[in-house]
Structure formats: structure tokens, C-alpha cells
Ligand binder design. Sequence first.
Ligand code: ADP
Ligand code: ZN
Length: 624
Amino acid sequence: MANKRKIFNKKKILNFNKKGPGAVWLLFILLAISIAYLFLYNSTNRQIESINYTNLLSLINTDKIKSITVQEERVQGILKNGKLFECIVIPSEKLWNLIENKNITIQVIPTERQGWGSLLFFSLLPLLLIFLWLSYMRQSQSGSGGAGKIFSVGKSKAKFFSPNTINVSFKDVAGVQEAKEDLKDIIDFLKNPAKFKRLGAKIPKGLLLTGAPGNGKTLLAKAVAGEASCPFFSISGSDFVEVFVGVGASRVRDLFAQAKKNSPCIVFIDEIDAVGRQRGIGLGGGNDEREQTLNQLLAEMDGFSTEHGTVIVLAATNRPDVLDKALLRPGRFDRIIEVPYPDLYSRLKILEVHSKNVKLDPNVDLEKIARGTPGFSGADLENLINEATLVASKADKANVEINDFETARDKIMLGAERKTLGLSAKDKKVTAYHESGHTLLNLLLPNTDPFHKVSIIPRGRSLGVSWSLPEKDKFSESRTEMLSKIMVLQGGLLAEKLKFNDQTSGAANDIEVATNIARKMVTRLGMSDLGPITFDETKEHPYLGRDIQAKPRHSEYTAKLVDEAVNKIIQDCYNKAESLLLENKDKLELLAQKLIEEETLQAKQVYELLNIEPRTSHAWKEEK
Ligand code: ADP
Ligand code: ZN
């Protein structure tokens, strides 16, 4: 169970599934071609008047013609008044004599060349137009279309880095210790595949890096290649997805063909959710092109065995929740590596890495800056240093001073819309008490899942989290377990009230989850005074996988009884949880203060701090 304190006004992501944009584009192209044809014909034929042979003879005789161009039986000419004409003639000695006598300039064009030229030109025109159109699209899409790019529609757009061009290693990635630890095996394997293969070790093919943007997923992936000094292919999931059906799949094929040629190597797919979204959901049918691309990706990952070359696929996303489950099966992306927002220590390290080449005033205390920037991502911190350096440069200072950092921080935070960026000291404090409330009740109550760790580093949409991990897969839950769960959920809100005599919107999700548990206890599990009766209020939605409200089968009177029973469970829990927290107010203080300092605490640290004997069910395993 993870009690997340949610940020409230999350943005809803609208997902319109457009069907067949390809057809629209095709129409567009055809239209462009026809317009171009019309335009070309018009421009050459506009002022040319077609005349007959008789008229031509009379024009010659009346001396109106200035010059003519002859090509077989086609004569084009200019009149002395500037008008253009064209005529089909019977080529004869008599005609040429007549023209010569009138002093008209004659130009003869050899037949073959012009014929071929125009033939070629007009038959290739549509192709040419399609080509131009494509190249235009590429450029407008990628923003960096090189001249050669239009020839590679079905080729992967992956960027290729040979080992000697990769200048990133693990020392450039600050913090993220756990992720680095997890990736070490991969590096060993890439360096010396034979050693592992000899004993038949199974090495993962795919690893999924999850976490909010700017926290170094790309950097980590590249650093793995750097450490193993192997080639690195980098592509974004959105690069696979094109308007033309089949292009994405062929790009995937091409990418893996190239990768195999260069093995051992790393393929990095950023934003894998662009192709890896769950298939076949969404109204109006799936997106065929994307599904084909995803299927090809899955086929490639199943296809390459480690004997034929070693290709490790690292993928990144900040929406692991939307990924197709098929992607996460064994043999595909079966290892998930979290790349969280940096904690205090990591922020300090990141600041150190990026200020290596910056002249800092001796009074600049990077640790203090790290303390003042909870919720900043690695990229935000890098940006902070750049901004501060800019501010100092503008003022012609010799060094970057502490107030330059403050100016920069204000500038970034004012400009930033991201909710998690830059938690205020107050937010941080409230979150610390809130999470401590959850944690403490988790520890004090019986029948709770073993506590794992607590953190006030924002991740995704939640500001903090208090983790507990079930010891074993649970197939049923007892009444006391459920009541404890409700109390743990109420702990966040209660701690806020106890400390600040106020409460925040951050507890909304806790309240919702707790209410749902209580309601389920009453309406389906027979765990209230109403007895073992099903009050059929909800049923699982077949597609959305969650409960929807169905028409109640029972009377309004019964509905009232249900509500009262739910209320009673919630209230009883609330009172009990409140007095338990009150009794342990000193522990709450201790824990919250430590959490503000450290930002993340492992179970072991918490037990030591609070001097609580881990219950048998609270057995923690030694952390790395
Ligand atoms: P993501 O792929 O997770 O969106 P990136 O790897 O693109 O993030 O990070 C963007 C930039 O932020 C990196 O190029 C790097 O300069 C900086 N950065 C992020 N995390 C770290 C870190 N842990 N250590 C050093 N620099 C970092
Ligand atoms: Zn909470």
C-alpha cells in the first residue's frame, strides 16, 4: 500500500483517437499535384493563341511575324505586336521559302531532346511533388531535416553514437544511486557477454526507466553505453509514429537490424508511451499504425536471442501506468528502474557536477541551495546554475554569488508552471507531517503491511509517499486489516490537524480511498452491523476496470442505513487514530523533523529513530 498525497488540480489528458489521418494527407497531396499541373499548363499556355494554317499563312503574308520556333510540325512564334501564337503546320519547302523571304528569325529545335525532356518531366512531376511534400513534412516535424532525410522514410530515425563519441559516464550522473546499482549488471554484461553466456545466464533484454522528465533517464542510458563503451542508438517513441501506415513498423525493423549489426550495443527509446500505450482501448477504435508499430517492437524483442548479438533496450517513460501490459512481460521490459526526483543529497551532487566549470564565489554554499530547491529535477538544477551564471555575467561580476542564485531561482520558479517544481518550505513541512502521520500509524497499528520507506520527494502527481509492502500475496483481507488500513490513510490528515490546526487538499485521495474501503465493508463484505447482506451498489466496469455507480436495488431507507454504517466505520477509525497519534505526538515530531532534513527515510532508519522494535511482521531487509 502506498499512501500518496496527491496534488489536486491534475491536468486531464485528452486522448483523441483520430482515425485515418493518412487519407486526409493523401487528399492533400493529390490536391497539390492538380493545382501544380493547372498552374504549369496555364503559365506556359496562357497568352499563346492557337491558330490554323491558313491564319499563319496570312500572318506571314501581311508581315506581322517577328520570329518563330520550329519543332517538327509545331510552330510557335511572336508577332511584332508581342503576342504569342502556336500553329501546327504541314512542313513543306514552300512554307520555309515564304518565311525566309519575309525576314523572320527562325529557330529550329531538335525533336528528340525536347520530346524526351517534356515526357520525363511530366511523368516524373507527380513523384517529384510527393517527394517534395514528404521532405517538407519531415522538416516541419523534426525541425532538423537534413537534405538526405527524405530518402529514408522507412528507415529508423535513430541517432547513432559510436563509443568514442559518447562522453558521458556514471560520474556525470549525480545521485540516482539505486538506478545506477541496478544498471551495473547490464554494463558488466555488455563488456563481457561471453562470461555470462558461458553459464547460460539470462540477461534482461529490456529495462524501463520511469520518472518525471529532466531527472536524467536519457543521461543514465547514455552513461551505461559510455561505461560499457558500446554503441548507442537513441530514438524517441514519437519518431516511430508517422501518418503513413506501416512506416513505424518498418522503422522498428530497421532500427533493430542496425542494432544487431553493431552489437553489443544499447538501444534507447525515449517516451516509449508514444508507441507503447495499451492497445485497443479508447473509443472509436485503436490507432492501427501505432498498434502495428508496437507489435513490431514486441516481435523484435522476442526475436533477438542473446546468442545473435547483444542488444539491450532501455526505454524511458513518465507514464508507466498507460503502457500495454504486453510490454512488461518477461523477456521484454521486465525490469523497472525508477529515476525519481533527486533528494537533498542528490541535489547537492547534481549542483556540484554542473558547477564544475563555473566560477563560484567562496560564499556560495551549494548545500544551502540544495536545501532550498526541493522538487527541482536534475534539469531544473542545471538550469538554475546556467541562469545564475547568466545573471552574474550580465552584471560583469568576477564570480557567481549567492544572490545571483536567488535571482535565478525566483526567475525559474515564477516562470515555471509545473506544480511540483519548487515546493515552498511550508509545503515541504506540511508534507513531512502528513507522511509522518501515515508512517507512524502504520508502525503502531497491528495488522498493517510492513513499513518500507517514507519520502517527501515529489514523484509524479504526489508530493510525498509512505510505502508499505505486503509480505506475501494476499488473497483475502481481514476486517481488522481493513480498519487498520483506513486509520493509516487517515493518519496524514490527522497529523496535519494536530500540528497546524488546519488541513490541506493533499488528503483528498486518502479520504476517497478510505471511504471506498469502508463502503465495500458495509455493502459487500458484511463487515458492519447491517449484517452479511450484499447491497448491490456498484459493479466492476467491464472496460475501465473500476467501479461504476449502478442503480441501487434497495430502498432509500436502506441506502440511509448503509450511509450511516459507512459513517460509523470512518468515525470510529478516525477517533481511534486520533488518540493514537496524540499519545505519540513526540514521535510524530521526531519523525517529521528528520524527514524534513533527510527527505527519504528507510524502514531501518525510522525504527532506530523512534526506538521502535520492528514487529515480526515488520521485518525489514537490509538496504543496500
Ligand atoms: P529525462 O530523460 O529523464 O527527461 P535527461 O536525461 O534528458 O532527463 O536530463 C536532462 C538534463 O538534466 C541532463 O542532460 C543533465 O544535464 C541534467 N540532469 C538530470 N539529472 C541529472 C543527474 N542525476 N545528474 C546530473 N545531471 C542531471
Ligand atoms: Zn496521504
